[in-house]
Ligand binder design. Structure first.
Ligand SMILES: [Zn+2]
Length: 187
């Protein structure tokens, strides 16, 4: 089991009692994925139902995935996994649907990030109404910070795919609905 960045175990605390230190560090827990981390103090407003610390880790991963030379637009996979793990306001229902469509296309049908991106654009043009999806009671488990904690090579990409797979499994109750939508729309 991977551990979030925020865990402080094993950190050299320079003689300070780690127990005392841990007790004094203010932490936040993401209301969606459960990621617990020391308060980051950033001012970026999350576009998802997420703690600022969780959203900051997502932005780090996005920046990494969008740097030059990254293969096959893997960024799309992170966008979809994050949206599917953080449903509800301030995100619109459409964001959750699109995340799930993307996960299905990539994980079940083997589509590339670029192909998923194009499918999203086609879907956005065709359909306007997206009802609220009933979110799974539990969306905790692997989180975006676990992916960012991995070395910046294939190891991190592999972790991204594991994370996306876990998020998709949480939504097992709507797998058929999503698959039918994609089939109906010829995606
Ligand atoms: Zn989160």
């Amino acid at each position: 089991m991977l551990r979030p960045i925020g865990h402080r175990d094993g950190v050299d605390c320079g003689g300070v009692d780690p127990g005392v230190d841990r007790g004094e560090v203010a932490t936040t827990t993401c209301p969606s994925c459960g990621y617990t981390a020391p308060v980051y103090g950033g001012s970026v407003e999350s576009r998802f139902r997420a703690s600022a610390e969780c959203y900051a880790a997502y932005q780090e991963l996005a920046a990494y995935n969008l740097t030059g030379g990254r293969r096959d637009f893997i960024h799309q996979e992170a966008v979809d996994a994050y949206a599917a793990q953080h449903p509800g306001p301030p995100a619109k229902p459409m964001a959750t649907w699109f995340g799930l469509v993307g996960l299905h296309l990539a994980l079940d049908l083997g589509r590339t990030g670029r192909e998923v991106q194009q499918a999203h654009m086609r879907l956005a043009r065709r359909r306007r109404h997206w009802p609220e999806l009933a979110a799974p009671a539990d969306l905790t488990g692997m989180v975006v910070a676990d992916v960012m904690q991995q070395p910046a090579d294939d190891t991190r990409d592999d972790a991204l795919w594991r994370w996306a797979g876990e998020v998709w499994e949480h939504w097992a109750a709507v797998h058929q609905v999503i698959a039918d939508l994609c089939a109906d729309q010829g995606l």
